[in-house]
Design a protein around this ligand. Structure first.
Ligand code: TXA
Ligand code: MG
Length: 326
C-alpha cells in the first residue's frame, strides 16, 4: 500500500533518499500532485511510465528549483526564458525548449526538446533542494484518469502499489495543470492552457503568442490517446440547459453546476464555485467525487465566463467529456 506522510524534514529527507536510489515519490505542487523521478535516471524514468501506464511517446515535465537549474538541462535557455522565468517562476508555467546533451531519451520521450518548470509549492521546493537535481514528474494519476489534487487522490489511483511514498502537502491551490508554452515554435504556442494566459506570456515576450485549438492539441506529443476522464461518462450542457437535459435523461445523473439546480429523483448535485480560482482548485476533486457516486452520467453545466483560467477550465471539462488529448 502507498504511504501518505506529513512533509516533515525527516519525510522530505526520506523522499530525497528514494530519488537518490532511483525510485519514485509522489509530491504536491501548486497545480496537481506529481510522480517524481530523477531527470537523469533512465531506470527511474522507465519506472514512472510503467507505474502510470503512460504511453512511451508522451514526454515529461522536468521540475527545477530555479532558472540556474533549468539552464543545466535546457540548451535552448535564452533571454525569453529568463524573462518568462523572471515573471512567472516559481509558478504554473512550463517552457518547452531545446534540451541539453546528456538528458536521457526517456525524460523527453525521444524529443529533442524538454519541458521545464519551477513549482512554487513549498514541499516541492524542499524536495528539489534536498535532492539537489531536476525531478521529472507527470501528474500522479493513472494515465488517462483525472489528475490528483490531494494526497488521497494519489493513494486512490495507486492503492495497489506496494511501496509508494506520498508527501501530503494538502489540497493543491491552483488545481489544474500548468500552462505549457512551446518556445521552439514561431510564434511561441501554448500547447496546454492553464492559469497563466497566452496574453500574459505575450506581454512579457513583446509579441503575439498562439494557442493550439483543442483538435490540434490532440496532435501534440503523445497526447492522442489520453484524456482527463472520470470513469462515468460526462455530458456537457450549455448554461441554463441543465434542467431540460436531465429531465430528458433516463439515467441516474450527478450534476455539476454553478447555481442551485432543481433536484429531481435520482439526481445528485455538486454545486461548483462561481469564482474561477475556486472552481479550478475544486474541479478534479468534484469529478472524482461525482465518479464515486455510482451514477450513470455526470452532467456538467459549462461555465461561460471569459478569461484565461476559465478557458483552461473549459479545456479540462471538454477533455473530461472525452475530447481526446492529453
Ligand atoms: O502542472 C503540471 O504541469 C503537472 C505538475 C506535476 O507539475 N505536471 C503535469 O505533467 O501535468 P503531465 O505529464 O501530466 O503533462 C505534461 C504535459 C503533456 O501534455 C506533455 O505532452 C507536455 O507536457 N510536454 C512535456 N514535454 C514536452 C515537450 N518536449 N514538447 C511538448 N510538450 C511536452
Ligand atoms: Mg497528466
Amino acid at each position: 500500500m502507498p504511504r501518505i506522510v506529513k512533509p516533515t524534514a525527516e519525510a522530505i529527507a526520506e523522499a530525497a533518499a528514494v530519488l537518490q536510489r532511483e525510485g519514485v515519490v509522489a509530491f504536491p505542487t501548486e497545480t496537481v500532485y506529481g510522480l517524481g523521478v530523477p531527470t537523469l535516471s533512465r531506470a527511474a524514468l522507465a519506472k514512472v511510465y510503467e507505474l502510470k501506464g503512460r504511453p512511451r511517446d508522451n514526454p515529461l515535465i522536468a521540475h527545477v528549483l530555479d532558472a540556474g537549474q533549468a539552464r543545466a538541462i535546457a540548451a535552448g535557455w535564452d533571454e525569453r526564458c529568463e524573462q518568462l522565468a523572471g515573471r512567472f517562476w516559481p509558478g504554473p508555467l512550463t517552457l518547452v525548449v531545446r534540451k541539453a546533451a546528456g538528458i536521457p531519451e526517456q525524460a523527453t520521450a525521444g524529443y529533442p526538446t524538454i519541458a521545464v518548470r519551477s513549482p512554487s509549492h513549498p514541499v516541492a521546493r524542499q524536495l528539489l533542494e534536498r535532492f539537489g537535481g531536476a525531478i521529472s514528474a507527470p501528474s500522479a494519476n493513472r494515465s488517462g484518469h483525472v489528475s490528483p489534487t490531494t494526497a488521497q487522490h494519489v493513494f486512490d489511483d495507486f492503492a495497489d502499489v506496494e511501496d509508494l511514498l506520498i508527501l501530503d502537502g494538502g489540497p493543491c491551490e491552483v488545481g489544474i495543470e500548468s500552462t505549457v508554452v512551446d518556445l521552439m515554435r514561431t510564434p511561441p504556442m501554448v500547447l496546454r492552457p492553464g492559469s497563466v494566459g497566452a496574453d500574459e506570456i505575450g506581454q512579457v515576450l513583446g509579441r503575439e503568442v498562439g494557442v493550439f485549438g483543442e483538435m490540434e492539441q490532440a496532435a501534440s506529443p503523445g497526447t492522442a490517446s489520453s484524456h482527463y476522464a472520470p470513469r462515468t461518462p460526462v455530458v456537457l450542457v450549455e448554461p441554463g440547459e441543465v434542467e431540460r437535459a436531465v429531465g430528458q435523461m433516463r439515467e441516474r445523473a450527478v450534476v455539476l453546476a454553478m447555481r442551485p439546480v432543481e433536484a429531481g429523483a435520482g439526481l445528485a448535485i455538486i454545486e461548483m464555485p462561481r469564482e474561477a480560482r475556486a472552481y479550478a482548485s475544486g474541479i478534479y476533486d468534484a469529478l472524482r467525487r461525482a465518479d464515486g457516486l455510482g451514477a450513470e452520467r455526470i452532467v456538467i453545466e459549462m461555465p461561460e465566463e471569459a478569461g484565461a483560467l476559465w478557458d483552461a477550465i473549459r479545456n479540462r471539462l471538454r477533455r473530461a467529456a472525452g475530447v481526446k488529448s492529453d
